[in-house]
Design a protein around this ligand. Structure first.
Ligand SMILES: [Cu+2]
Length: 212
């Protein structure tokens, strides 16, 4: 879990440096499976190759994989766990109260099930993030509501409707610099991530999100 956090945030800073690291882990797996896939070699040669392979790989990953004899079984579940528990990083920002504002999700989709969002407010004012389930394109939600909680109004609307709210950062709003993490069990479908503080959706705080 700590490994997941580290790689995800380092991806933010270093431009997804965790992806090459993940694929290099797969390479290690291939090296190990290659070792088990050469029965024609003598055991002496196999052990020598094994020593080379282990020397080339990081010790923590080489030890458990070689012990259970089922390399192809040990690899995939580990990958699934990383994907399922890795938070989706979302950054909220603004250039002041008159905008423009932004809501950027570092992933645009995720597998159905328990999904964790880690929302960071890098703006100068309070923000929030709400997950709306809708087939309407993310930038075409009708702005029909106002107030708190939002309710339809005849004039002065500055919020989108929240009837299809399936998850959110909740109260209180995120102060500048604050990060909040929340999880939700989401079915496959189309979603829109929004900040629905007055006027913020129109000023750009919206992003599409797909659950597969
Ligand atoms: Cu906002």
């Amino acid at each position: 879990m700590s490994d997941v956090k580290r790689s995800s945030w380092s991806g933010l800073v270093l431009g997804r440096s965790h992806r090459p690291r993940r694929s290099s882990g797969a390479d290690h797996g291939q090296v190990r499976s290659g070792r088990w896939g050469v029965p024609v070699l003598s055991w002496v040669a196999a052990v020598a190759l094994g020593a080379l392979a282990i020397g080339a790989c990081a010790p923590p990953t080489a030890a458990p994989g070689s012990g259970d004899g089922g390399v192809s079984v040990a690899g995939p579940p580990r990958t699934v766990i990383v994907h399922g528990s890795a938070p989706i990083d979302v950054v909220l920002s603004d250039s002041g109260p008159s905008g423009p504002m932004s809501l950027v999700s570092f992933e645009s989709s995720a597998p159905a099930g328990d999904i964790t969002f880690r929302v960071k407010n890098l703006g100068t004012m309070e923000h929030e993030m709400i997950v709306l389930k809708t087939d309407t394109p993310f930038d075409q939600l009708p702005v029909t509501d106002a107030g708190d909680p939002p309710a339809p109004v005849k004039s002065g609307a500055n919020k989108v409707d929240e009837a299809n709210n399936v998850a959110e950062t909740g109260d209180p709003n995120l102060k500048p610099g604050e990060t909040r993490t929340f999880s939700a069990k989401l079915d496959a479908g189309h979603y829109v991530l929004v900040c629905n503080l007055a006027g913020h959706y129109q000023m750009g705080m919206r992003a599409p999100f797909t659950v597969q």
